[in-house]
Design a binder for this molecule. Sequence first.
Ligand SMILES: *Cc1c(COP(=O)(O)O)cnc(C)c1O
Length: 375
Amino acid sequence: MINFNQPHLTGKEAHYMYEAVFAGKLSGNGKFTKACQAWFEQRYGFRKCLLTTSGTDALEMCAMLCNLRPGDEVIVPSYTFVSTALAFLREGAKVVFADSMTRNPNIDAETLESLVTPRTKVIVPVHYAGVACDMDAIMTVAKKHDLLVVEDAAQAIDSYYKGRPLGSIGHLAAFSFHETKNITAGGEGGLLVVNDERFVRRAEIIWEKGTNRAEFFRGEVNKYGWVDMGSSFLPSEVNAAFLWAQVENIDDIQAKRKLLWNTYWELLQPLAQQGRFSLPDIPEYATNNAHMFYLVLPDLDQRTALIKYLKDNGICAVFHYLSLHSSEYYRSRHDGRSLPQCDRYADCLVRLPLFYDLSVDSVKQICETISTYYQ
Ligand SMILES: *Cc1c(COP(=O)(O)O)cnc(C)c1O
């Protein structure tokens, strides 16, 4: 069986975790946490980075920093992971779901402005498959209406929009280091990015359970206490140590993933040209971080049949999100607008295996199996 995903070990994870364990300081914000944060700040030019225990937590911190009031509206794509919407709903906001583009599952920036009302406070673009949303168009709408932009960059590490790293464009951004993402903090982990100076101090306080502990340790105040809302968002040093082994090898990881992605792309081109399915769309303004390789089939029945054929032939391919606006939890709260592109991706998109330890030969075998299916 070819798995859909397998976490990759670069080789030094256990070594750094051992070091963290025997350094005698296991709680958060130690040597490895600081090293990871500084690395992300330097490599991608992020103003301030804070490691979190998950991407969901990083989104929750973003939502807290937005300082929402009941009735405030937040625009979120419907074709995304639950956490993108949930983080803002927990803060009492009304989530207004947006449709995807026809060309790819990212939020449709052209129709975005029609969703803006006097209550709108935040737009949350999700860089699906690590491919950039049209950030210039989104930032223009945000600027015009004085809105905050929170990038859900959970899948988008080491990916760019017109030469700018994803996660560096919005006021705030969230990354995930879950084991299904390009790099992992040992299964679960995340990163909050603060680009807007106004949020830096409060982000540290929220991160440290509502206390100004970080300022105390820097010697900026002579005692620390409870000053604001917050929670325990810091990961253990053991997780940060695992992540450090992965960031050290990010270029190697990205190179291998791109090799596999490009192999799929070339070998599946003929079937795409016959109109059997469409391949991932990378707009001219975006780079590809090879987070995901997906096909979009003409309809649900054809997708179900392909997934079954692949499974019968030892290949695990999987569909992805169900539209959040029609989920059990949200459908009675949704305003009733139909979001046809979200529904199309929910029915027709299938993801193929893509992970570091997959071989090029396995990708060739998967492509041959797909070709045989269509003969
Ligand atoms: C993975 C993911 C998340 C959640 O990240 P966790 O680390 O699993 O909490 C949020 N949004 C998107 C788009 C994701 O892909």
